[in-house]
Design a protein around this ligand. Structure first.
Ligand SMILES: [Zn+2]
Ligand SMILES: [Zn+2]
Length: 272
């Protein structure tokens, strides 16, 4: 059992209780074999708290020291936010630190933020979504040194009135090139389980997108809780795994030392 997406005290929006040590103790209790810490780096984030960039030399030293105390295999990752003007800094970061795994995210679009609503101000929902998915395509096309694309349904979290009135198939022309690029580059698409437990506009991951990825030939899928507190490690993985099985997936892909590790979906269904 593995977790590929969680935030520690080195992320400015994580719980004060989210120490590496607390995560390891929770992982041990839950019988996890691997744990990858993925703290935030969002250069030029609209939300100013993210100006505080984690010191990965410190995190690496902590991981190396803690690794001697636990049988849980610890990995250092990062959740790296794309914006075109920071591409050089993104490349410099991944070339400077020995990350075992890089998650690529799109949290901001042209200086606009879905979280604070500025992406949706003064434009239709469709126009905002188009801007967002064009940015995701630009991210996966222009950046190479990542392993997992995070939360493809991120923008839906912050739609005031949900997605019930949306024709998701209208987004297919925007999603197709994203999925084709992921498949060509051998990258993994994340199913982020945060919507199950957070007060978002969507109450579960947008599985219509995951179905479309599968129908497009995509088979590399990861599970990430996006925990900001140890309690949420592997939250709702079983519910997600059952959905993925119904779609047709057979394995979950994790990243270990930059390499893909495939685990049978059944491990996430039977063990908890
Ligand atoms: Zn994120
Ligand atoms: Zn995250």
């Amino acid at each position: 059992m593995r977790e590929s997406h969680c935030h520690t005290i080195h992320s400015p929006d994580a719980s004060k209780d989210a120490t590496l040590d607390a995560y390891i103790k929770t992982a041990e209790k839950r019988g996890m074999t691997h744990l990858t810490f993925t703290d935030h780096v969002d250069y030029e984030a609209k939300a100013k708290i993210f100006d505080q960039i984690p010191d990965f030399s410190v995190i690496k030293a902590s991981i190396d020291s803690l690794q001697k105390t636990t049988s849980v295999n610890l990995q250092m990752g990062v959740e790296l936010g794309y914006q075109p003007q920071v591409l050089n800094r993104m490349n410099a970061l991944v070339n400077t630190h020995p990350f075992d795994q890089v998650i690529l995210s799109v949290h901001y679009v042209k200086g606009l933020d879905p979280y604070d609503g500025s992406l949706f101000e003064g434009r239709s929902k469709e126009a905002a979504l188009t801007l967002y998915f064009k940015a995701v395509l630009e991210a996966v096309e222009s950046f190479d040194d990542f392993h997992i694309l995070a939360h493809i349904d991120y923008v839906f979290r912050y739609l005031d009135d949900g997605i019930d009135d949306l024709d998701l198939t209208a987004l297919t022309p925007l999603l197709d090139p994203i999925f084709q690029t992921l498949i060509e580059k051998n990258k993994v698409l994340e199913v982020n389980t945060a919507p199950y437990r957070k007060p978002y506009a969507v109450k579960e991951p947008v599985y219509a997108f995951i179905e479309h990825y599968y129908a497009s030939g995509g088979r590399l899928i990861s599970l990430g809780s996006d925990a900001h507190h140890p309690h949420d490690l592997m939250a709702d993985f079983k519910a997600a795994a059952l959905k993925l099985k119904a779609i047709g997936f057979e394995t979950v892909t994790s990243i270990e030392n930059k390499r893909h590790i495939a685990m049978p979906l059944s491990r996430f269904i039977d063990d908890r």
